[in-house]
Design a protein around this ligand. Sequence first.
Ligand SMILES: Cc1cc2nc3c(=O)[nH]c(=O)nc-3n(C[C@H](O)[C@H](O)[C@H](O)COP(=O)(O)OP(=O)(O)OC[C@H]3O[C@@H](n4cnc5c(N)ncnc54)[C@H](O)[C@@H]3O)c2cc1C
Length: 418
Amino acid sequence: MVDETQKILVVGGGISGMTVAVEAAEAGAEVILIEQKPFLGGRVAGLNQYFPKLCPPFCGLEINFRRIKQNPNIRYHTLANVDSITGGPGNYDVTVVVKPRYVNDNCTACGKCAEVCETEIPNPVNFGMDTIKAAYLPQAMAFPFKYVLAPEIIGTPEAVACRDACSYGAIDLDMKPVTLNLKVAAVVWASGWDPYDVAQVDYLGFGKIPDVITSLMFERLASHNGPTKGKLLRPSDGKEVNSVAFIQCAGSRDENHLAYCSGVCCLASLKQALYVRERVPEGTAHIYYIDVRAMGKYEDFYTRVQEDSNIVLTKSKIARISVDKESGGLLIEGEDVGNTGKVRQVVDLAVLAVGMVPGTAMTKPNIDMEYDDFGFVTSPGISGIIPAGCVKAPMEVAASLQDATAAALKAIQHTVGR
Ligand SMILES: Cc1cc2nc3c(=O)[nH]c(=O)nc-3n(C[C@H](O)[C@H](O)[C@H](O)COP(=O)(O)OP(=O)(O)OC[C@H]3O[C@@H](n4cnc5c(N)ncnc54)[C@H](O)[C@@H]3O)c2cc1C
């Protein structure tokens, strides 16, 4: 057991949680940031580029990593989860359990352990589109930049071989879960979002047709550190992709699935259409939408994408995706609302623009928070438990940063004079 006293606990190390942590710490508060995965960055770390500037997400993340590293007011723990929270504003007792990484701070990420490791596990970052050694760096630009040993090999001779291959004494097979008892004045809940389980939208074929993938999988396919090293290849046969259909509102704005609009999916698909144009000079992107939602400053981005004649936008609700027997491609079918005709388009790959579901939709933490019908946290944050970022509503990075900064301010108020 390790006892600590901290002022603000931030749960979730995505862009929102990291922003809360650095803003609060730079204003003088003490912060402890916990993240359940072995690295910080959240969903943003898996993107290929950010809209609207199209810069790699590590431009933004790296600045935050540096601010976290340099600030003595911030302590962070990865592989960490809240076990319990009791007490009230200004005075919470929190228990956090940190799972063993089996790798300590001596790790230089040299990769010698992975060289002797034979077991492969589905790569969680790439949604299982490839595998990774069970001794692995969890993300190409992982922060902390340290390997992890998957629990699957612990207790096997392979784990011992990994330990023996490390010249820095960085592998500790005796690591056990550690319980942290914290006293904090406020808790910021920034547990983010998950993609909607689009396999439930039967007629779109996800999970049954290999060349139907989600928008998040496409981000990984387009990434230079993704499963195909950034080449747009079809999952079914590895053939280079020439035409891609982007299906908007895949389950969203549908009473049978997600009744709401996630607000960022249109912009994400516009951005991804540009990935196609950049990687495949003669390639075509077809975007099928109900309405394109690109508000305010994002309108210019939408206009820019529309100017490309190889990006075809069609107002349509897609009714069916199936394998086209003749070509082996995918047949996209639906109504063409604008031209009052039918859509029948054969493409190489279909990308489903999936909605954002709050992490709290499925599992509600045992703390005093209020939720809407979809599981988004609606608590106003005036008590000591303050939600931040996409756990409150779907939002893009710029809005997440604003919301996180506001949450930091609310949290700091609970620490004043304590
Ligand atoms: C396809 C797609 C593309 C996108 N592209 C862009 C883009 O180009 N530009 C843009 O501005 N926005 C984009 N977005 C939106 C962007 O992903 C979000 O704005 C961003 O992820 C919000 O960050 P967050 O920290 O709120 O949530 P998350 O990124 O989900 O981070 C939450 C973190 O909390 C951790 N966590 C969850 N529960 C716990 C727990 N109980 N204990 C500890 N840790 C926990 C999670 O592991 C995660 O690391 C895109 C979204 C989609 C769907």
